[in-house]
Design a protein around this ligand. Structure first.
Ligand SMILES: [Zn+2]
Length: 159
């Protein structure tokens, strides 16, 4: 089974089909979250031959994601929206004062603190957890509650 890479459009190969029932049981057991309402089927885990991006899709090719209540539960976990992540240090080396930054699933926008001042002004975070959004807003950072597909189709400003 193959699909197009969501980042570069390259050929991506199925690595693994992940059972919905296993994921459902793990979320129930560990976080008392029922994922049935937004997870229609098993997940498909792909790897891109071109850029090595790894990503999940639903059976119909759409992208899995939770809802506001789901991400609010995850926001309560210290490690989920951590203020420090090793990838923040790495990614910031690619960003300069004039950069525009779009962070998908930004949580409370901890990464924004790693940006040079110019880039902070051009930062946009997308997030569904209203608790995380409030935490970011208390620091003066504006977050949009939108799917990346909808944000892109709006031209980046209409939402
Ligand atoms: Zn790719």
């Amino acid at each position: 089974m193959q699909t197009k890479c969501i980042l570069c459009g390259g050929k991506s190969n199925l690595l693994e089909k992940v059972s919905k029932q296993i994921i459902k049981n793990l979320y129930l057991e560990r976080f008392s979250i029922d994922i049935d309402r937004f997870m229609p089927d098993d997940l498909y885990y792909y790897s891109c031959e071109e850029c090595d991006l790894r990503f999940f899709t639903n059976l119909d090719g759409s992208f899995p994601g939770g809802d506001e209540a789901f991400y609010n539960v995850l926001n309560k976990l210290d490690w989920y929206y951590s203020l420090e992540k090793s990838e923040y240090e790495y990614v910031k080396t690619f960003i300069n004062e004039d950069s525009k930054v779009l962070e998908v699933g930004c949580g409370k926008a901890a990464f924004c603190e790693y940006l040079p001042n110019g880039a902070k002004k051009n930062y946009v975070g997308l997030e569904f957890s209203t608790d995380a959004i409030k935490q970011a807003q208390s620091r003066g950072i504006s977050i949009k509650q939108a799917f990346v597909e909808d944000y892109a189709e709006s031209g980046g400003g209409a939402i």
